[in-house]
Design a protein around this ligand. Structure first.
Ligand code: FES
Length: 100
């Protein structure tokens, strides 16, 4: 397991759930996060140790969710759907390209 020292891109996907009101988890954020994580671990990529995809608590954009934020550039994503892996993959790839 990587200790994070070579981390170049860190994506946080809100997986917060609420009993009432809108939440990212109710919109499928757990599925989205898992799919992006699998995509990052693909054998055809050299992203191991360079990219991390974590869960996050509420990012304060509940009504616009699914919400996510990518660091180090603090790039926000809102209105994601559970199948929107492509948008996040593109952003992660661009982030790594900039840092290469
Ligand atoms: S529940 Fe996801 S931003 Fe608040």
């Amino acid at each position: 397991m990587s200790d994070g020292r070579n981390l170049e891109a860190h994506l946080f996907v809100c997986t917060n759930a609420r009993e009432k009101g809108q939440s990212c988890q109710a919109k499928g954020s757990l599925e989205l996060r898992e799919n992006v994580k699998k995509l990052c671990q693909g054998k055809d990529r050299d992203w191991h140790g360079r990219v991390r995809v974590n869960t996050a608590g509420c990012l304060g954009r509940c009504e616009e969710g699914i919400a996510a934020v990518l660091y180090p550039q603090a790039q926000w994503f809102t209105g994601l759907q559970k199948d929107d892996t492509r948008a996040l993959e593109t952003a992660l790839s661009a982030c790594l390209d900039r840092r290469s």
